[in-house]
Ligand binder design. Structure first.
Ligand code: PGA
Length: 239
C-alpha cells in the first residue's frame, strides 16, 4: 500500500510570522497517522530546526550540486537545510521558468542523489483536457519527467490539473479517478504515492481522499494557515 501524505506548498508566501502557522500544525499533529510535508520558501526552511512530525521540502532544485548559478538552490543545499523532500516540475516552474520534462527528470535525479524524495508534478492544461488529450499528456509527462529508477522510496507523483491550481475549480471525482488510475498503471512501482493537487480545501478533502488511487494531496493556498490545513490532514487520517 502506498503511504498517505498531506503536503503543503507555500509557494512564494511566508515571512517570519508564518512560522507560527507551521508550529501550530506540528502542535496539533504530534502523532499523525499520515505523513505531513510542508514546502516553505527556502528562506524559512533553513530557519526551522524542529518541525515535530512535519517533514520539510524544497519547492525546486537545480540539476547541479554546486556552481555558478546565481539565485538557484541545489538539492544538496536543501538537504543540508533540513529538507527530506523536494517538489519538481510544478506547473508554475514549467510555465514561469520554461522547465520541460527532461529538466524535471534531471532535477528529480538531483533530488534523489541528495537523498531527497522527489515530488514530481504533472497535469494537463484546460486546453489539453478540452481537446481530449489528458491521458496522453499525462503519459508523456510520466515518460519524460519520471526517472526510470523512481521507486516508492524516493518518489511521489502529484497530479495537478493546471486549470485547477489556485482557481477554485476542481475536477469531478470521476475525472480524478480516471487520471489517477491511468498514472498508477503507467508506473512500474505501484506503491509510489499519488497525490491530487489543485484547489484542495477542508470542504472538499474527504470527497477527494475517497477516490481510488488518491494517496493524499498537494495543497497550495489552504496549506498556509493551520486552521485550513489541519482539517485536511485529519480528513486524510480518516480516509
Ligand atoms: P492550490 O495550489 O491548492 O492553491 O490550488 C496547489 C498547488 O499548486 O500545489
Amino acid at each position: 500500500m502506498p503511504r498517505k501524505i498531506a503536503a503543503g506548498n507555500w509557494k512564494m508566501n511566508g515571512t517570519t510570522a508564518s512560522l507560527a502557522e507551521l508550529f501550530a500544525i506540528a502542535a496539533a499533529h504530534q502523532d499523525p497517522k499520515v505523513d505531513i510535508l510542508i514546502c516553505p520558501p527556502a528562506t524559512l526552511l533553513a530557519r526551522i530546526t524542529d518541525a515535530g512530525a512535519i517533514a520539510l521540502g524544497g519547492q525546486d532544485c537545480h540539476v547541479n550540486t554546486t556552481g555558478a548559478h546565481t539565485g538557484d538552490i541545489s538539492a544538496v543545499m536543501l538537504a543540508d537545510a533540513g529538507a527530506t523532500f523536494c517538489l519538481t516540475g510544478h506547473s508554475e516552474r514549467r510555465t514561469d521558468h520554461g522547465e520541460d520534462n527532461a529538466t524535471v527528470a534531471a532535477k528529480s535525479l538531483a533530488a534523489h542523489a541528495a537523498g531527497l524524495t522527489a515530488v514530481i508534478c504533472i497535469g494537463e492544461t484546460l486546453a489539453e483536457r478540452e481537446a481530449g488529450e489528458t491521458l496522453a499528456v499525462l503519459s508523456a509527462q510520466i515518460a519524460g519527467s519520471v526517472p526510470a529508477e523512481a521507486t516508492a522510496q524516493n518518489t511521489v507523483i502529484a497530479y495537478e490539473p493546471v486549470w485547477a491550481i489556485g482557481t477554485g475549480l476542481v475536477p469531478s471525482t470521476d475525472q480524478i479517478a480516471e487520471a489517477h488510475a491511468h498514472i498508477r498503471a503507467e508506473l512500474s512501482d505501484k506503491d509510489i504515492p499519488l497525490l491530487y493537487g489543485g484547489s484542495v480545501k477542508a470542504s472538499n478533502a474527504a470527497e477527494i481522499f475517497a477516490v481510488p488511487n488518491v494517496d493524499g494531496a498537494l495543497v497550495g493556498g489552504a496549506s498556509l494557515r493551520a486552521a485550513d490545513f489541519s482539517p485536511i490532514i485529519t480528513a486524510l487520517e480518516n480516509a
